[in-house]
Design a protein around this ligand. Sequence first.
Ligand SMILES: [Fe+2]
Length: 158
Amino acid sequence: MYRSPSKLSEAVRQRVVQTLNERLADGLDLHSQIKVAHWNIKGPQFASLHPLFETFALGLANHNDAIAERAVTLGGHVYGTVRHAAKTSRIPEYEQDTVHDLEHVRLLADRIESYLVGLRETRGIGEKEGDTDTVDLVTGIVSEFEKHAWFLRASLES
Ligand SMILES: [Fe+2]
């Protein structure tokens, strides 16, 4: 571990860095999946969903950066290549041949919900370890992605 401005112990910082690296892998994987949906989507909902998916991807790219920078602020090292993310991500692989608009909505809703499971786990570790700043960071991402999941689920209601 590197020197950190944080007042948390090295053992705590190590645990938080570990979970942040896991969320970075999930987030990088999910980002690539959202872009695949953004590129391949076809159907009557194209005009609204194509830009919506881009909004999700842009937000997630910023969150991935913030998660990585929180980990290095805590004195950790981050692992963020595509190959590393592919090996360690907990998000299920995307069905890349998908075309139909609402099928992409369903796939992304499922994957965003998987991402949320990991985020809540990371937030729980932050709470247990007294890392309020990590909790605060992750809570912002949870709120945003719960909203995205609601939007997608609402699009699937008949
Ligand atoms: Fe684009």
